[in-house]
Design a protein around this ligand. Structure first.
Ligand SMILES: O=C([O-])CC(=O)C(=O)O
Length: 271
């Protein structure tokens, strides 16, 4: 991993208005680069959030307007973008993939990740979600090389499945990028705990960019986007109230030092 890297998590309050969400994403990406960010992570379904049926109905192809905007911004601003996610058309299906593109500073797509674990839960009247009604699961674990670190991409509910991250760590990942729309109901007890745990157990940096606030009636996200170091220390945390950008400086030396002094990844005995 490169010695020094400034990264950003973009927290958004996306709504059902795609044009407005794209304009807001652009504003926040520009704000992050003005703060010196070299890698920026957006939240899950940043271009339309609050109703999965509408998101699926307005799904875009891989080279649709959302991808084109991300690519143009990455190129113009010369940054790496982990473009949160958007609903992607799946051929012959009325359900969509929940897809994250990672784009390099020339505007090229380096990786395409489709959310593997779908959030199907019934916590009573307070929270019932069945993502499988409108979304299709992806099947591929995604890791990629950049000039500064090896990245692992995952999305939101994936956070609850440690085997995914262990596999990414086994493939040499150093920085976990996690776009999310973690709910208010589950987030207050589980969000920070899970993000920090994934950092500690895999000795990785984590950038977890969340949605925040009410998106549509009954759809409320927890916010508090986090950037965590491989010791599990929170480097920066966003509010639970509003759209904003948080920045942190990552250190390749710290990651190497932690892995050398406490070689838990090497001390594994079970497969
Ligand atoms: O919305 C999701 O995908 C995941 C979520 O809030 C949770 O796991 O509590």
């Amino acid at each position: 991993m490169k010695t020094k890297l400034r990264v950003a998590a973009v927290q958004m309050n996306s709504s059902l208005d795609k044009a407005k969400n794209l304009a807001e994403a652009e504003r926040l990406i520009r704000h992050a680069t003005a703060g010196g960010a070299e890698l920026i992570v957006l939240p899950e379904l940043f271009n339309l959030y609050g109703d999965l049926r509408q998101a699926a109905a307005k799904a875009e192809p891989l080279e649709g307007p959302t991808a084109q905007l991300l690519s143009a911004l990455a190129r113009e601003l010369a940054v790496y973008l982990v473009g949160g996610s958007f609903a992607e058309v799946a051929a012959g299906e009325n359900r969509a993939y929940n897809t994250s593109l990672t784009i390099d500073p020339s505007g090229n797509v380096l990786a395409t990740y489709r959310k593997m674990h779908l959030f199907n839960v019934d916590l009573g009247a307070e929270l019932r979600v069945c993502e499988s009604d409108n979304l299709l699961p992806g099947t591929e674990i995604t890791c990629l090389e950049t000039d500064f670190a090896k990245l692992g991409i995952s999305i939101c509910y994936d956070l609850r499945f440690p085997e995914l991250y262990r596999e990414q760590a086994s493939q040499g990942v150093e920085l976990l990028c996690i776009p999310a729309a973690f709910t208010q109901r589950t987030g207050r007890d589980h969000w920070e705990l899970l993000v920090r745990t994934r950092a500690v157990e895999n000795q990785c940096y984590v950038i977890a960019a969340n949605q925040v606030g009410e998106h549509a009636p009954g759809s409320v996200s927890y916010g508090r986007s986090l950037i965590v170091d491989p010791w599990g220390k929170v480097l920066t945390e966003a509010s639970g109230e509003r759209a904003e950008v948080v920045l942190a400086d990552l250190s390749g030396e710290l990651l190497t030092d932690i892995r050398r002094k406490l070689p838990a990844l090497k001390n594994r005995i079970l497969p």
